[in-house]
Design a protein around this ligand. Sequence first.
Ligand code: TXA
Ligand code: MG
Length: 350
Amino acid sequence: MQLLSTAEGDIRRAAEAIKAGLLVAFPTETVYGLGADAFNTAALARVFAAKGRPRFDPLIIHIAALEVLDRLADLSALSPELREKTALLADRLWPGPLTLILPKRPAVPDLATSGLPTAAIRFPNHPAALALIRLSTGAVAAPSANLFGRLSPTRAEHVRDQLGEKVEFIIDGGRTVVGVESTVLDLSGGGIPRILRPGGVSREALEILIGEVAFPGPAGVSLAPFSSGQSGPLSPGQLKSHYAPRTPLSLHSPEAMAALPYTPGEIYLFFSPTTRDPWLAGQTRQGVTLPLGSVRVLSPCASTQEAAANLFDLLHELDHLNASRIRTEEAPLVELGPAINDRLFRAASK
Ligand code: TXA
Ligand code: MG
């Protein structure tokens, strides 16, 4: 494995590697991706093998020009209304952290879509990713560049630690900005568009543009956002145990978190100072001494965007502290809160 910069010469080298069927990890605005030519089945097979990912879990195909969408997806198979919504989303939210599930063209390899009649397509908002896609084959399949089930990578170092031996190149673009994966929105179902995975674009932002969006999971309940219940997972990748640090993790409601006693060896990750400070004051009153670094916040400004940006980065960091458990507080159920809680819920399910 070789680390590359985001300089043009380096991106060109990486693009040649993709054209040659090799794997390149690259930054996007959400998390790092493990990229391969979307039309090269041997390269796609290598992606599944490198991650240890089951082949029933399809990949997202990344594009860097709207014209390519037509080569991958058959929009004529959609109702006029859904076609209009697709066009509006692509126009307003691409490039950005939104993946659209659309009827696929026969040319898209079955390996990329796990044999489904649909393809997942995303136009990422990151200069290095866009240059890499344009200079290679125009369509780069890329799952998050982590081992299957583990924490998603928000820095090149995270990719190196998990996949270092298995990729040709890692493009180091520094820490990612959004911090959680794209929102996966299914437009292929015929009815109202449906969120299969909450992510970097909020439900609110989608509904402003296209009206009602289905969001499976008990309304108002942040835990168990999707139980991958009855008839198999909605989105094949939405398995319960996922995004997991090696340190055991528990997820608590704000009320439960506020009432937690301190247990030595554990780490307490509050959403913001608003919930942390009363808890700290309570510990001080009881004469508890807390080791430095054992009480943290996801968002100093109490914003779900900031919390999302810090989420995986902090979990990677806390996972190195040899704590006996990480106790996390749920995010509020607005904006990127559901995406954060979805990741934490899966990280906690062992
Ligand atoms: O932000 C992201 O989306 C990142 C960056 C690298 O772009 N990628 C990412 O890929 O998160 P991955 O493979 O970790 O997650 C893809 C998700 C999985 O849950 C998968 O099941 C779902 O998208 N998916 C892919 N194709 C699908 C399809 N045809 N129908 C339903 N779900 C699909
Ligand atoms: Mg992933």
